[in-house]
Write a protein that binds this ligand. Structure first.
Ligand SMILES: Nc1nc2c(c(=O)[nH]1)N[C@H]1C(S)=C(S)[C@@H](COP(=O)(O)OP(=O)(O)OC[C@H]3O[C@@H](n4cnc5c(=O)[nH]c(N)nc54)[C@H](O)[C@@H]3O)O[C@H]1N2
Ligand SMILES: Nc1nc2c(c(=O)[nH]1)N[C@H]1C(S)=C(S)[C@@H](COP(=O)(O)OP(=O)(O)OC[C@H]3O[C@@H](n4cnc5c(=O)[nH]c(N)nc54)[C@H](O)[C@@H]3O)O[C@H]1N2
Ligand SMILES: [Mo]
Length: 730
């Protein structure tokens, strides 16, 4: 008990973020009143980001969906009436059955991503349900698939060093990760490493504030990182700076890589990246000689049409200089391979019909809804995601969601953009109201979340929603009755967490011991080697692939190559003449994708949908700071407020997102401009590969936009804060 009857409970942050924090939840009279960071958790260190510091506002937001609802007005009108769970389930099951009978199971498409990263609510009962139904499978590519594929091709696993060990390395390349906005618990580690003598280099076309944590900032043109890495490899190999012993013992293909690197003298890399050749040489020498070193990579450079190859190029660097020998060294893009939750038990792929149903890439949702036949998509079941706001090529997506004959079911916590297009909406619990297990793609702590408050309204977790839907569909397999407790144990069976807690036990007994331990201690640090690739890769022969047969078989360059981004001066000269600005669209400081984008405090801090322009680009277009602009390309348009700042080089515009369309002038956000083209590996998304033009708007239009934004935000800003006021500096 804290003061004045406040109870402090423990929880885990569920969001799709590197840091996966341990939370302290302050509860008063059954309401969450405050959320803080757990001081006992080694990477959370007692603080949370500005977003999660407002999680309580999300839990008790007036936007919460608290009861099942059924559409009454025309599609997209946002008119719904409350119905009972029974009625909503009966109606949904009836419509799904009709569709499956007429078109087959593949006419149903699930759409989910990482609204919660909880192991159970991310994927368990839901997957069983769709497998049993024979629904189309969803390719969950929107975030990390291209980069993970590159790691798998190179190392056979998605592992990196322990971030806590990074305080002891002497060189950190912070490459395409937005530390101050998207990975804030990396910041104290960078500071501590520097205090101990490390050099930090920040490589990003967007000066997002992370450069202030670094000794040196380099600004490559968007989508050119593979060329930068190839230039570095050229210098390293030409000057004999590679770790010969490591390369010989633990890699295959050095001759092929040597040949490729020879084609990339620093001058060529400079012409592509815009980084002076002398800087590329300096970076290469620094990288090869200052040891131990780590590349702290993010997903920025992989959200491009050539993003898989960008990560492939980065992944080769630590193998060349033997950076994997040292704790904290190597490359950290993802540690998700460390956890080994029992996905097969949870998801039951064996329930799927043979042959397996078709897979639909989630970033091509608009296309799938508007053009697919044999069968067409007739039902869409959305949970853990807000596709109307987060998916690329938004006009196409909305066109699909507007189809009168599409049956759309949404299970949500809040009334989002996607809810607007639903036929039935079901209420979902937040992390404060349900149980789950968590891993991180950054640190190595397995964590347990238990409810801090009772579910609000009639909300249920994803697991329960699909349990109920399965019953309504008449699915009788016992696995559709597994409780959350049972699912926790299934997830833990054979997992790294269970093996850490109870190495002397096996199977069920081990899982039970792990769950008991987590209930008592809340987290456990995985017993995992600090040097995952010190003895080579996770392939049967142990060799890191500098040359990859698997890449060749997939039609990729088996070594590594730079291909210009599909939308760029080099990659599409005609398009570039019409749309000469490269637009990148990373996460905003106060929002997490489209999560948090409805909260008054955070909306006030972001103030207006924004695009950062370089002063030179603004000047030639007659655009002043704080003015509305129209940003457009062949896919669509967005009205944004221009901020003129030296945050990017000329030719590069940055729009942090994501605003809800419901709260944006014109009703759409920046994804009306983004490409739904697939990246070079694993169908990944290319949110940062866009060419656009930016133009000023008339004073009348500007006044109308101000009025529209104020109207959309009415009642959402704290008292005294006008809409579209000064944009708070992140
Ligand atoms: N505040 C906040 N935090 C978040 C999120 C959010 O939306 N807001 N999203 C969460 C999610 S889902 C994820 S996956 C992570 C993602 O977090 P990050 O890995 O940081 O990924 P991004 O934000 O896409 O981009 C990171 C940086 O890469 C830069 N970048 C873009 N193109 C290039 C390029 O070609 N080369 C290089 N070197 N850099 C480039 C961008 O300018 C940006 O500063 O963050 C999570 N955390
Ligand atoms: N332009 C642009 N677009 C992007 C990106 C970008 O960098 N630029 N980033 C992309 C990336 S990295 C990602 S990961 C995707 C993210 O795309 P999404 O996974 O769709 O992410 P969010 O916008 O956070 O929306 C998640 C939704 O899930 C809901 N939710 C949360 N928890 C639960 C739950 O337990 N149950 C249910 N049923 N619902 C829940 C939330 O209320 C929220 O509305 O967006 C992508 N979109
Ligand atoms: Mo993501």
């Amino acid at each position: 008990m804290g003061d004045s009857g406040t109870q402090v409970k423990s929880a885990v942050c569920p969001h799709d973020c590197w840091d996966t924090c341990a939370l302290r939840v302050h509860v008063q009279d059954g309401r969450v009143v405050r959320v803080t960071g757990d001081p006992d958790h080694p990477t959370t260190r007692g603080f949370v980001c500005v977003k999660v510091g407002h999680y309580h506002e999300r839990v008790h937001s007036p936007d919460r969906v608290l009861y099942p609802m059924r559409r009454v007005g025309p599609k997209g009108s946002g008119q719904f009436v409350r119905v009972s769970w029974d009625e909503a389930l009966r109606y949904t099951a009836g419509r799904l059955r009709e569709i499956v009978d007429r078109y087959g199971g593949e006419a149903v498409l699930p759409y989910s991503y990482c609204g919660t990263m909880g192991v159970l609510n991310y994927g368990s009962m839901d997957r069983r349900f769709f497998h049993r139904l024979g629904a189309s499978r969803l390719g969950r590519t929107i975030c990390s698939s291209a980069g993970k594929a590159a790691l798998l091709y190179t190392y056979g696993d998605t592992l990196g060093p322990d971030p806590e060990d990074m305080v002891n390395v002497r060189l950190i390349l912070v490459w395409g990760v937005n530390v101050v906005h998207s990975a804030v618990h990396q910041a104290p580690i960078l500071r501590e490493a520097r205090r101990r003598g490390a050099t930090v280099v920040h490589i990003d076309p967007y000066r997002n504030g992370t450069e202030k944590l670094a000794d040196w900032h380099l600004s490559p043109r968007p989508g050119t990182d593979a060329a930068l890495a190839l230039g570095m490899m050229h210098v390293i190999l030409a000057e004999g700076l590679e770790d010969r012993e490591f390369v010989e013992a633990h890699t295959v293909g050095i001759e092929a890589l040597r040949e490729r690197a020879r084609e990339w003298p620093p001058e060529r890399a400079a012409a592509v990246t815009g980084i002076p050749a002398a800087d590329i040489e300096r970076l290469a020498r620094l990288y090869a000689t200052r040891k131990p070193s780590v590349i702290r990579a993010g997903y920025g450079m992989h959200r491009h049409t050539n993003g898989g190859m960008a990560i492939r190029a980065l992944a080769l660097l630590p193998a060349l200089v033997g950076a994997w020998r040292h704790p904290g060294g190597g490359l950290l893009l993802s540690n998700s391979g460390s956890y080994r939750w029992n996905a097969a038990r949870l998801e039951r792929p064996d329930l799927m019909p043979t042959p397996r149903p078709r897979e639909i890439n989630m970033i091509r949702l608009g296309e799938a809804l508007t053009t697919l036949a044999d069968p067409p998509v007739m039902a869409l079941v959305v949970y853990n995601s807000n596709p109307a706001a987060v998916a690329p090529n938004q006009n196409r997506v909305l066109q699909g969601l507007m189809r009168e004959d599409l049956f759309t079911v949404v299970h949500e916590q809040l009334f989002t953009d996607t809810c607007r297009y639903a036929d039935v909406i079901f209420p979902a619990t937040t992390q404060m109201e349900h149980t789950d297990l968590h891993s991180s793609y950054w640190h190595l702590y397995a964590m347990l979340n238990e409810p801090a408050i009772a579910p609000l309204g009639e909300a249920v977790p994803n697991t329960e929603f699909f349990r109920r839907l399965a019953a309504a569909m008449g699915f009788t397999e016992p696995c559709f009755r597994d409780s959350d407790e049972e699912l926790l144990l299934q997830a833990l069976e054979g997992s790294a967490a269970a093996r850490t807690v109870a190495p002397h036990l096996e199977g069920r007994a081990q899982a039970e011991a792990a769950l008991r331990y987590l209930r008592e201690h809340r987290w456990v640090k995985l017993d995992r080697t600090p040097v995952p690739f010190a003895e080579g890769a996770r392939f049967p022969d142990g060799k890191i692939r500098l040359f990859s047969e698997a890449m060749a078989a997939a039609g990729l360059d088996p070594v590594v190559q730079y291909v210009p981004p599909a939308e760029s001066a080099e990659g599409a000269p005609d398009l570039y003449r019409r749309y000469p600005l490269h637009l990148i669209t990373p996460g905003a400081h106060h929002f997490l994708n489209s999560t948090f984008s409805n909260l008054p405090s955070l909306l006030a801090a972001e103030a207006a949908p924004t695009v950062y322009l370089n002063p030179a680009d603004a000047r030639v277009r007659g655009i002043g700071d704080g003015e509305w602009v129209r940003v457009h390309n062949d896919r669509g348009e967005a009205y944004l407020k221009a901020r003129i700042a030296d945050r990017s080089d000329p030719g590069v515009a940055v729009s942090p997102g994501l605003w809800w369309g419901l709260l944006s002038p014109g009703g759409q956000n920046v994804n009306s401009l983004t490409t739904d083209r697939e990246a070079d590996m694993a169908g990944g998304a290319a949110f940062h590969t866009n060419l656009v033009e930016v133009e000023p708007v008339s004073p009348e239009k500007a006044a109308a936009l101000d009025a529209e934004l104020a109207e959309r935000l009415r009642g959402r800003l704290p008292p005294g804060r006008a809409a579209a006021g000064a944009v708070a500096a992140p």
